[in-house]
Design a protein. Structure first.
Length: 427
């Protein structure tokens, strides 16, 4: 409740002219102050006018007036500069400072209306968009501004993950791109398992043998625990098992804790086949990082992943598992997803690291030039009337749905804030 009250105070979400002290004096908030996330009063540097008299100092917020004494503020000099005590329930005498002087006290108006509206929003089933009925009333300029911010928020979060990998591996951008690509090839379902596998690969050592795609396949499949080394199912798996036995001893590597693979997928999406694609990308020293940083246009972005797996994987979903007519290693939709989840974030992260705004802008341009994603996560937002023009927009909608709607964080979403503020400030 106190967090809700802080939110109401910060954004002044009460009917105009309704703020009065418990003894009847009018209160005008000139500046709500700055929220304090540490110890001490809730808001610093606030400015209010009480019956025409100006006050500057701190504001303390409590659910009940008696919380002031329950928390011992009456004997704490850190609260002596409090100029206003804002409460939900006035259940005792007004707050007093260390010198026993009284502090003006206000019962926050409109809190019942606000909390009821918030409950209505957050009580909606997860399959729904809480504010769907109100979205059409929000001005398009306001909608577009929030969509743009959400897309950048998501891109920055991905870039931060990449930068954390760069830091963990002592500035090795090639390794960071390798881990990011591996995760991207998991396409959500096996993303965590692919990243776990990639982080176990001693990339510098492995790339000494990058002229051999077979060696790359054996190492990746071996680390992933996807080779039947004791009872190979066909001749090629037998070859891979021998290669894995050699390189695992040479580099002193082992599967360790095996990733939890989800293999009940369409044949082309089997993790072993994705690892075969990753092995092909590793061939000849893994130049993807430099290629991404020098990408020139949308066509070049798509061609980054225009590589083909070895002939064996045209008819096998896993070692020893024959599956005819598998088609290309990656279709156009998969290449678009890699551009969204690998190329754009890497460009943005690198631009952030070297303070190069042109590369960050290029990352945004890439997303704007890619066809919008279609999935069940954003479908409710489309039904609610939001438009999805390209991947930049679909990434924004994913961020909105996953990080706000499904988390019931309506107070921190600009759409939710708009709905709540209009309801709270109406007379």
């Amino acid at each position: 409740m106190e967090e809700v009250m802080q939110y109401i105070w910060k954004f002044r979400l009460w009917p105009v002219g309704s703020l009065r002290t418990v003894d009847g004096r009018t209160v005008d908030v000139i500046d709500a102050g700055t929220l304090n996330t540490g110890s001490g009063p809730d808001f610093f540097n606030a400015k209010v006018r009480i019956d025409g008299e100006w006050w500057a100092g701190s504001v303390e917020i409590h659910v009940r007036a008696t919380d002031w004494y329950r928390h011992g503020h009456q004997s704490d000099v850190a609260y002596d500069n409090v100029i206003l005590h804002v409460v939900s329930v006035s259940d005792g005498e007004v707050a007093r400072r260390v010198d026993a002087t009284a502090i003006p006290q206000v019962v926050m108006p409109g809190i019942e209306t606000f909390t009821e509206q918030l409950k209505r929003l957050t009580a909606n089933p997860l399959a729904d968009v809480p504010c769907a009925a109100s979205l059409k009333e929000i001005p398009p300029l306001y909608v577009n501004d929030w969509i743009n911010s959400l897309a950048i928020e998501r891109l920055e979060a991905k870039a931060d993950n990449i930068l954390s990998i760069v830091e963990a591996y002592r500035g090795d951008w090639r390794y960071a791109v390798f881990v990011t690509l591996a995760r991207g090839l998991g396409f959500g379902t096996n993303a965590d398992a692919m990243e776990q596998m990639a982080r176990a690969v001693p990339l510098d050592l492995v790339l000494r043998h990058s002229d051999s795609r077979q060696a790359m396949e054996a190492i990746l499949l071996g680390i992933a625990g996807l080779l039947n080394v004791d009872y190979p199912r066909d001749d090629y798996e037998r070859v891979l098992a021998r290669e894995w036995a050699f390189y695992s001893l040479k580099f002193d590597i082992s599967p360790g804790t095996r990733p939890l693979w989800r293999s009940r997928l369409r044949p082309g999406n089997h993790p072993a086949r994705r690892l075969a694609f990753l092995a092909t990308m590793l061939k000849d020293s893994f130049s993807l990082c430099s290629n991404i940083l020098n990408v020139a246009d949308d066509t070049a972005v798509q061609s980054l992943f225009d590589v083909e797996v070895s002939e064996y994987w045209h008819t096998h979903t896993a070692p020893g598992v024959f599956t005819p007519s598998l088609g290309a290693a990656l279709g156009a939709p998969s290449r678009r997803l890699l551009a969204i989840n690998v190329v754009a974030p890497v460009l943005y992260a690198y631009g952030t690291a070297v303070s190069d705004s042109s590369r960050r802008e290029a990352a945004v341009d890439i997303l704007m030039g890619i066809q919008a994603e279609k999935n069940s996560v954003i479908e409710p937002l489309l039904r609610a009337g939001l438009q999805c023009r390209n991947a930049f927009t679909s990434q924004a909608l994913l961020q909105l749905r996953k990080n706000y709607c499904l988390q019931h964080k309506c107070m921190y979403c600009r759409f939710g804030h708009r709905v709540l503020s209009c309801s709270a400030t109406a007379k």
